[in-house]
Each structure stands twice: as structure tokens, then as C-alpha cells.
Design a protein around this ligand. Structure first.
Ligand code: MG
Length: 224
């Protein structure tokens, strides 16, 4: 059985397309209708999601349609598939070339994202990545969200997980018994922290340039 190499999506392979192309424009419109600042309205919605997380409803904390409905806002429609040309500028450098090279290795490839399927699949398809990845794992389908190790139940045995967040990607990789590579666009991590997280979380490796990743995976494959 080929081992799985898994990737987070948002800020790992691409700047969050759901946020930039769909949710934030919708939020701006909602804020204008109510004479509120975008930030003010976002804080309200974010706070609602965070409360769900703290109650232990990890999957529900990513269910934006329900969260905004419960916040008294208009219906948030699912995103439509965008034109690839609008999406390309959000893809991080060298990602496509790296994925093409990984496809030649004896590994299975999966996306493991905390974004719901309906919020991620249109973008994955628009980029042609539905042909690159053998599986797309989302919380609404698996019933678990990172950093819960059962997120990886369908993508086992795992060689390595690649992601931007220490508190989700690196932590879940180690909990699920695989290596963790930190890569992508990193930013401060303040939301949706597992209270059982260790105080310090260290990736096995940090990759600054995706052109290096295929050789690293090849090296790891020779060692297992
Ligand atoms: Mg991410």
C-alpha cells in the first residue's frame, strides 16, 4: 500500500480562496446593509465560531452557512466554480510544479482541510487539482477536524503531512503518527486552539521553497 502524503489547503497551497473570493465580499455586502464595519461584523461571526469550538463542536465551528444564519445574517450561498484565471494569483509559488513531481512518486496524495467540502471543492476543481489528489478530506464528510487524529483515518498509513499551522497541521500529524512539515504562508495562530495542545509544537522540518519538497519526500520514502 502506497503511503499517504497529505496537504492542508488554505495558506499551505493557496491563499484561502473561499475567504478572499467568496466569504469576504459577501461579508462586506452584509456589513454595508447593516451600516456596520466589516471588521465589526467579522468579529461577531468569528466569536460565534470560536464559541462552538470551545464547546467542543469542532466540525460545527467551520460550518459558515449555519454560523451566519445563527448570527442573524442573510443566507450564505455555496461558492460557484470560479475561472482558473481568478484563482491562479492566490496559488503559492511553485505549488503546481511540486505537485506534478510528487505525482511521479509511489505515494498517494490527499488534501486534509478544515474547510467544508462545498467551500473547497469548487476551487480545487477549477485548478485541476481534483485530478492530482486521490482524496479530499473535509470535516463535514469525515466527522472530524484537525487537530483530531481521526481526521486521518481514511489516509493511513501516512508518511508526512504538510501544512502552515502548528496548532492544527503539525499537531495533528504527530497525533496521527506521521511526520510534520511546516510550509506555506504562516501567520499568528490565535483561534481554534485545542486546550490539550502542548505548550510547544515543533515540526520535523520546515520547507521555505516548494521546489525542495519532492526530493525530501523521495529521501523519506527510501528510509521507510
Ligand atoms: Mg492552513
Amino acid at each position: 500500500m502506497k503511503p499517504w502524503v497529505t496537504f492542508d489547503l488554505d495558506n499551505t497551497l493557496i491563499r484561502s480562496p473561499f475567504a478572499y473570493l467568496h466569504f469576504l465580499p459577501w461579508l462586506k455586502d452584509q456589513a454595508q446593509k447593516r451600516n456596520l464595519g466589516d471588521d465589526q461584523l467579522w468579529e461577531r461571526i468569528r466569536g460565534h465560531a470560536e464559541r462552538k469550538w470551545r464547546r467542543g463542536d469542532w466540525v460545527a465551528s467551520f460550518d459558515w452557512a449555519t454560523i451566519v444564519q445563527e448570527s442573524g445574517l442573510d443566507v450564505l450561498p455555496d461558492p460557484m466554480q470560479p475561472r482558473a484565471v481568478n484563482l491562479r494569483p492566490l496559488v503559492l509559488p511553485h505549488v503546481d510544479r511540486m505537485l506534478r513531481e510528487l505525482r511521479r512518486l509511489p505515494v498517494s496524495l490527499a488534501l486534509v482541510t478544515n474547510g467544508f467540502y462545498a467551500y473547497q471543492a469548487p476551487y480545487v476543481r477549477a485548478l485541476g487539482w481534483d485530478y492530482v489528489f486521490d482524496a479530499i478530506i473535509t470535516p463535514d464528510r469525515s466527522g472530524y477536524a484537525k487537530p483530531h487524529p481521526l481526521t486521518f483515518a481514511e489516509v493511513t498509513p501516512g508518511l508526512v503531512h504538510v501544512g502552515d499551522r502548528l496548532t492544527h497541521d503539525v499537531l495533528v500529524a504527530h497525533r496521527a503518527g506521521r511526520l510534520a512539515i511546516r510550509a506555506g504562508h504562516r501567520s499568528p495562530e490565535r483561534d481554534r486552539i485545542d486546550p490539550l495542545s502542548p505548550t510547544r509544537i515543533h515540526p520535523d522540518l520546515t520547507v521555505e521553497d516548494y521546489r525542495q519538497l519532492p526530493a525530501i519526500i523521495e529521501y523519506l520514502l527510501r528510509r521507510v
